[in-house]
Structures are given as structure tokens and as C-alpha cells.
Design a protein around this ligand. Structure first.
Ligand SMILES: Nc1ncnc2c1ncn2[C@@H]1O[C@H](COP(=O)(O)OP(=O)(O)O)[C@@H](O)[C@H]1O
Ligand SMILES: [Mg+2]
Length: 264
């Protein structure tokens, strides 16, 4: 069995005004190559902190993450060649056109202009963007379209592990479904492994092969998407992820989101 990512006992704390926040309290994950792995948790549970450590942007206090065998701290440059990351807020040069943004991304990844143009036309088709619109500034696009272009742009570099940090947060229901379909389509076409974070339980069910539920910096339960629900089937009929969360934390998912808003 090949693993795309192995995380062992990752801990990270922050100083927030005068308090110490234990954002991650010992995270262990094993992500198999080819799967879409969901890290599902309420706001403030530690998802982005984990993604930032995995993508070499942040150094853990203790523990290690290996991506295809490379250590994210000691072999950061090797890791960077194998991954790409998209966060909730797509980062673009908003005044520049879609074409310019995509050519720029291709350029920094050493893709030739000819190959880049082919990829860009392919991207516009996949995200349903009229070729004529490629020359419009990014800021004129809907949030949903911007997010789709960001995801397709990240796949353009053919990462072996794609890190998607809340890729659909803040989108309206229709844009959300379109972005989700694009993620599934990209996985089919590119064969990449995907680590996706979300606080949307339906999204985790729809997209993920495997889900780890995180709460207050700890993984409370993990398993195949279907198995997680059958685990509590003897207690709850037709269980949902909400029921699973409640069973293992004693509070509802909504309450957990509220709790974070209160402590912020
Ligand atoms: N740079 C930082 N400085 C201080 N606290 C932080 C920082 N980054 C994250 N945190 C805190 O760590 C906890 C986890 O945050 P985060 O990983 O962003 O959660 P999520 O992505 O699940 O919403 C939160 O309590 C957050 O306020
Ligand atoms: Mg986050």
C-alpha cells in the first residue's frame, strides 16, 4: 500500500493575545494514494493549521508529516514539487485577466507557453468558461467561477497531492455543487490524491472516500465514509455525520461551530 501522506503526532500551539491556543493536539493520519480524504470539522477545529503544516507554510511544534516519503520540514523543497494548495479565498491578481493569471501560474511551474495555452483552453472547457472571457479581469468573475479557475489552475501543475482547504466555503448552493463536481472530475482525469477540509457534512459525504472528524485539535473518529455511519447504526436509525459527531463529542456540530465563534 502506498501512502500519499502520513502524519504522526502533529502538535501546534499559538499565542493568541495572552492565551495559548492548542490548535493541534497530536494528529495521526494515513492518506492512501488515489483517495479523496476529508478532514471534517467545525470552525476553529484546526483544519487550516494542519493544511498549512502539510504544505510547508508552517512548522509543527512536534511530530512529523511525510508526503510520498518526504518530510515536510526537512525536505520542504521536494514536497513543494509534489503538492499544490487551494484555499477558500482564491488568490489571484484580480485586475489581471484569467489568461494572464493562468499563464503566470504556468510560468512559475516551468510549463512552456505552448503547453500552457493548451492547458488553459482545456481548463476553460472543464470549468465552463467561454474562451472569450479568458481576457476579462478575474475580479469580474463570480466567486464560484473564480474558485473553479483556482482549482483547475492548481491541477494544471499536475500535483500528486492536492490540498483543498474549504474549497466551497462561502459559495451559494449552485456554485458549491459545481465546484464539487469539478473536484470529482479532476480526480478522475488527473488521478491525484486529494486532502480536502470542510465543515459541510454533506460535502464530506458526497466527495470523500475516507473521513477523519476533527474537533478542538483532535481526531475524534475516522473511517471510510460508509463505515463511519454504520458504526453507530445500532444506536441511531439512518445515522448522519451529524449523529456521528454528536456520539463522539457529546455536542452537536452547530454547537461546536458556535463555541469557536464565542472563544474567538
Ligand atoms: N496564526 C495564528 N495565531 C493565533 N491563533 C491561531 C493562528 N492560526 C490559527 N489559530 C487558532 O487555532 C485554532 C485552529 O484554527 P484553524 O486551524 O484556522 O481552524 P479551522 O481551519 O478548522 O477553522 C483556532 O482557535 C484559531 O483561532
Ligand atoms: Mg480553516
Amino acid at each position: 500500500m502506498n501512502y500519499a501522506l502520513i502524519s504522526e503526532n502533529i502538535k501546534k500551539q499559538f499565542k493568541k493575545s495572552k492565551r495559548i491556543v492548542h490548535a493541534l493536539k497530536g494528529i495521526n493520519l494515513q492518506i492512501r494514494e488515489g483517495e479523496i480524504y476529508g478532514l471534517l470539522g467545525p470552525n476553529g477545529s484546526g483544519k487550516s493549521t494542519f493544511i498549512r503544516i502539510a504544505s510547508t507554510l508552517l512548522i509543527p511544534d512536534t511530530g512529523s508529516i511525510k508526503i510520498f516519503g518526504y518530510d515536510v520540514v526537512k525536505e520542504a523543497t521536494k514536497v513543494q514539487r509534489l503538492i499544490n494548495r487551494v484555499s477558500a479565498e482564491a488568490s489571484f491578481f484580480k485586475k489581471l485577466s484569467a489568461m494572464e493569471n493562468l499563464l503566470f501560474a504556468a510560468g512559475i511551474h516551468g510549463i512552456s507557453k505552448k503547453e500552457a495555452l493548451e492547458k488553459i483552453y482545456d481548463i476553460s472547457e472543464k470549468v465552463g468558461l467561454d474562451r472569450k472571457r479568458l481576457n476579462d479581469p478575474l475580479e469580474d468573475f463570480s466567486r464560484g467561477m473564480q474558485q473553479k479557475v483556482a482549482i483547475a489552475r492548481a491541477f494544471m501543475t499536475e500535483p500528486r497531492l492536492m490540498l483543498l482547504d474549504e474549497p466551497t466555503t462561502g459559495l451559494d448552493p449552485r456554485a458549491k455543487r459545481e465546484v464539487q463536481s469539478l473536484i470529482l472530475q479532476m480526480r478522475e482525469n488527473m488521478g491525484a490524491t486529494i486532502l480536502l477540509t470542510t465543515h459541510d457534512m454533506e460535502e464530506a459525504e458526497r466527495l470523500c472516500d475516507y473521513v477523519a472528524i476533527i474537533h478542538r485539535g483532535r481526531i475524534i473518529i475516522k473511517g471510510r465514509t460508509s463505515e463511519l455511519k454504520t458504526m453507530i447504526a445500532h444506536k441511531v436509525t439512518n445515522p448522519t455525520f451529524e449523529d456521528v459527531f454528536m456520539e463522539f463529542t457529546g455536542i452537536s456540530f452547530d454547537e461546536a461551530e458556535y463555541e469557536e465563534a464565542e472563544s474567538a
